[in-house]
Design a protein around this ligand. Sequence first.
Ligand code: BTN
Length: 325
Amino acid sequence: MSSTRSKLIELLSENEQKYISGQQLSNELNISRSAIWKHMNELKKDGYEIEGKARKGYRIISYPNKLSENTVQWGLSTDWLGKKIYHREVIDSTQLLAHQLALDGAEHGTIILADEQTAGKGRTGRPWQSNKSQGIWMSIILRPDILPYLAPQFTLLTATVLAEVLDGFAEITPHIKWPNDILINGKKISGILTEMQAEQDRVLYVVIGIGLNINQTEDDFQQHLATKSTSLKMETDRNWSLLPIIQQIIHIFEQKYELYMELGFSKVKNDWEKYGFKINERLQIKSGKKQWEGLFLGIAEDGALLAKNDNGEIEKIYSAEIAWF
Ligand code: BTN
């Protein structure tokens, strides 16, 4: 966002209840009053409601709901996450653009958002349904200084971010199904796709894809998903603005990421276990050709799933399809 424009929004929001005169704005921003007027019109086009009164000045009445680089960035007080945002109305997949940008050198913390994806990607090559403006479709580019084998821990970290955000916004209880699904009342509301480019001992970049269902009704889901999927609206019987939820995801993500880089996985593990789905219940594990049953014990110090088989041995699982009875 242009710095004049963001400064202008900042001044208007500091003075929310009062009018701020055109002259004062022009002094503070060091631009002419006609330039101020042009900026105001641009802001209105972006969905800001601004009142202008003769002899009094300007006052902001409401902020936009529409997603754009500017509207997402406004009000973000992060240090590095979301300093650069790319927003597209329609895109094939935010993951694809994220990879392209990362290969072109995009900075750590760059975010890609879309209103709609025509080829949203889920895990294991599955498609991810991403209807226009009904959910949050977002990818985050990270450049962590970690060994490649640790990258899957970001999936668990992101799951704790989403669970905490949902928990804070609504009277609902989210659960995390290992490793990457967020469930509400047993139905999937969100999925996470972590992808990376790495050399043997160095991560070049990680892209974390987040899909979060917000305003869908049951009819909006494709038939095969309808019984397994849910949205925030379906769980709370009201519509939600995407913008504050996106901003909260960005804030909490930055905090949790910094703690993780500083302290390692232990805090993520605690957060994860707070929301872990069906810990201490029996589960079915399908990993390659092997299929077995056991007791789900939680996650290990490194994020692997811990399960006790019927011989009493504890196994660590890094990649598998999990089902409960
Ligand atoms: C899953 O549960 O299978 C993971 C779904 C991840 C979907 C998100 S939506 C934003 C980003 N772009 C994509 O194409 N996929 C991820």
